[in-house]
Design a binder for this molecule. Structure first.
Ligand code: PMP
Length: 380
């Protein structure tokens, strides 16, 4: 039985990715920038992996810069754009962005970050983007594809179209979308962030897609790697594993989404049968098939988390980036919840291989923990 329900925090490496990583490490461990024949093979494999990723994303390979993950991609983008743009340039981000977008935008653009609100379902409405553009003419709009806490899917193609009509570049942090929903339409974003460990690839690996192949942005200075944009020896084995993980998932995503969302919905029904006043965030919005964000009707979230953990279940309190802080859900805060409600937020995020029995076992465990906590808090 799989009791791990924190796939939005990270995922185990898939078998295909692990095999690809091992083979790449055994056969092509040389420094791709070295000049002898074997290093040339590693370089060639790295460039092939870039082409394969470009095909999956529907963009040109020259636009892809491999990074250490989504946090680096987001930070690098805002920092390098800030160094190129005029000193009064603004950027617009939504109120539910991941801290690696929010903090990076604020650090790079200081008091020049426009915040675009979400509606009651946790969705950035295209009209809100139009308004922000009309009022502030930002130099960049950054809206995530799928929220890491609620799973709410944002109307990307409408938002991208609005930005393009206004000739404003659109950045999308798609760390939670890629590997869960088809990626082929994401190339329409001018800038795109992805992270391997969210879809069965290795940790410490990701990418940023740039607007233009020859865009002169510099993330890390030193050697000429990644077309002079990010210095440092390329991690070909990790890139190979990342691309392999995504290639393996992509064709299966429509059927996985159908099957897994029905299990997730059965789980929610089972919880609703027991907890009559459960608050379910983004219930009416389109969501990732694996994610459910709840405000429990009673007991603080760390109590839920630790008691479920004792039963072998892993869940989280909002996002892992703020875990340990009971009242720190960015989304629930953006929806205007009370501090009291914030302490009762739990996030459940499943994976590609869960069975209906796994989901129902988790629902059962919630009911057991509720009884335990309501009967004076003694563990079973
Ligand atoms: N953006 C989003 C939407 C995320 O969910 C995460 C991971 N929590 C990140 C960025 C950061 O990803 P990484 O761990 O690759 O730095």
């Amino acid at each position: 039985m799989n009791r791990y329900f924190d796939y939005n925090a990270t995922t185990p490496m898939s078998d295909a990715a692990r095999r690809a990583w091992l083979e790449a490490t055994e056969k092509h461990w040389q420094n791709p920038s070295s000049l002898y024949r074997d290093a040339g093979f590693a370089k060639q494999k790295l460039e092939e992996a870039r082409e394969r990723l470009a095909t999956l994303l529907g963009c040109d390979a020259g636009r892809i810069v491999f990074t250490s993950g989504a946090t680096e991609s987001n930070n690098a983008l805002f920092a390098s754009l800030a160094s190129k743009l005029p000193a009064n340039a603004r950027v617009a981000i939504s109120t539910i962005e991941h801290p690696s977008v929010r903090e990076a935008a604020h650090a790079a653009f200081q008091g020049r970050v426009v915040r675009i609100p979400v509606n009651a379902d946790g969705i950035v409405e295209p009209e809100a983007v139009s308004e922000a553009i009309a009022k502030h003419t930002p130099a960049l709009v950054s809206i995530m594809a799928a929220n890491n806490e609620s799973g709410a899917l944002q109307p990307l193609s409408s938002i991208a179209a609005i930005c393009h009509r206004a000739d404003i570049p659109f950045h999308c942090d798609a760390a939670q979308w890629i590997g869960k929903l088809p990626s082929s339409s994401l190339g329409l974003c001018d800038y795109l962030t992805g992270s391997a460990h969210k879809f069965g690839g290795p940790k410490g690996t990701g990418f940023l897609v740039l607007r233009d192949e020859d865009e002169p942005l510099h993330f890390l200075r030193g050697g000429p790697q990644e077309a002079d944009r990010r210095a440092g020896t390329e991690n070909y084995p990790a890139v190979e594993a990342m691309v392999t993980a995504l290639e393996e998932l992509e064709p299966r995503l429509p059927s996985i989404a159908r099957e897994q969302s029905s299990y997730r919905d059965r789980f929610v029904e089972a919880l609703r049968d027991h907890f009559l006043d459960l608050r379910f965030i983004s219930a009416d919005a389109e969501r990732l098939w694996n994610t459910t964000l709840l405000v429990m009707p009673r007991h603080e979230n760390l109590k839920w988390l630790t008691r479920l953990s004792r039963r072998g279940f892993s869940i989280s309190t909002g996002s892992a980036c703020s875990s340990g802080k009971e009242g720190s859900s960015v989304v629930v805060q953006a929806l205007g919840a009370s501090p009291e409600e914030l302490k009762r937020v739990v996030r459940i995020s499943g994976g590609w291989h869960h069975t209906e029995a796994d989901w129902l076992a988790l629902a059962n465990a919630f009911v057991e923990v509720d009884r335990e906590l309501s009967e004076g808090g003694k563990p079973a």
